[in-house]
Design a protein around this ligand. Structure first.
Ligand code: HEM
Length: 274
């Protein structure tokens, strides 16, 4: 019998819990859990307790109202650290609060509306390239579009030439991080497996690109109206600014957090419309 102190959810298999179901069909498993057990589901993965939250008020409770009760797991932090370092998505507590305060002005309403024209321009340019009756991979198109937008708004950079390379590097980095959070028995990253070597190489490309953009910004030494300039100029109460390392971590975080999510949302919108 299930222990009643936990919310409802699938019993799963001996020891591995729901791990096999997740590995074979993550989206199907999550949808099924929500359909069968509701907005708060409890399940196990390799003996660990896990919860699926599907209710906006509960999400708000966790992320906004009471983050002090909820911690990012060491597994998540270890897996993502190599890709996005100690940025807003991975940091916690006082450090997170400080970084959050420093980054806040970059997301002011006025600043965001100024990005609207950039979004429209890139979208128009993409549509001009589409031909009637052509078959397109809509996810690829949306990834390219949102990456161009985030690169311009975040870095004042044109990544059209590098887009493919950067896209591949991000996908490899994210895949490696996801594999680590969902497969606890994955080979440690220092083991030179093919997948590990590939991920390492791709992450290095990504870091080099971001570092190049940061040093170009430092050299220009002016507010270029982009997010990176805001992050560079932001000062905390003691007049301290972010180091290059911190800038890279936050820039990588926003670059990754800000484009794949949006591309996915757009792709699913097209799917539903179709
Ligand atoms: C449909 C689009 C998006 C979705 C579904 C989405 C989803 C999320 C979720 C679920 C979190 C919370 C993660 C956690 O704390 O565990 C998050 C955090 C975050 N997102 Fe997004 N996001 C989207 C778009 C964006 C965009 C466009 C940007 C920036 C340009 C962005 C930047 C961030 C940042 C910086 C955080 C960390 C905030 C913090 O902890 O202080 N996201 N996002």
């Amino acid at each position: 019998m299930r222990n009643q102190q936990y919310p409802p959810g699938p019993a799963g298999e001996f020891f591995i819990g729901s791990a096999r179901a997740f590995a074979s069909d993550r989206l199907g498993t999550i949808s099924q859990m929500h359909k069968m057990y509701g907005d708060l589901v409890h399940f196990r993965m390799f003996g660990r307790h896990a919860y699926l939250i599907n209710d906006p008020d509960l999400v708000r409770f966790i992320l906004v109202e009471h983050p002090e009760f909820f911690h990012k797991t060491p597994l998540f932090k270890r897996a993502t650290r190599n890709v996005i370092g100690n940025g807003l998505l991975t940091s916690e507590g006082e450090f997170h609060k400080r970084q959050r305060r420093l980054a806040q002005p970059a997301f002011h309403h006025q600043r965001i509306s100024a990005y609207g024209d950039i979004m429209v321009d890139f979208t128009r340019a993409m549509l001009d390239e589409w031909a009637p009756d052509e078959t397109l991979d809509i996810h690829e198109e949306m990834m390219r579009l949102t990456m161009q937008i985030v690169a311009r708004t975040l870095f004042h950079a044109d990544v059209a030439d590098d887009a493919h390379e950067i896209g591949e590097a991000i996908t490899a980095g994210l895949r490696s991080a996801t594999r680590r959070t969902t497969t606890p028995l994955a080979m440690p990253e220092w083991v030179p497996t093919r997948a590990n070597r590939h991920a390492k190489q791709q992450i290095a490309i990504l870091h080099q690109t971001i570092d190049r953009i940061i040093s170009e910004h430092r050299a220009a030494n002016t507010d270029q109206g982009d997010l990176l300039s805001m992050l560079m100029l932001a000062e905390d109460d003691d007049g301290e600014r972010m180091s290059d390392q911190q800038l890279r971590d936050e820039a990588m975080t926003i670059f990754i957090a800000g484009h794949e999510t949006t591309a996915n949302a757009l792709t699913w919108t097209f799917y539903l419309l179709a």
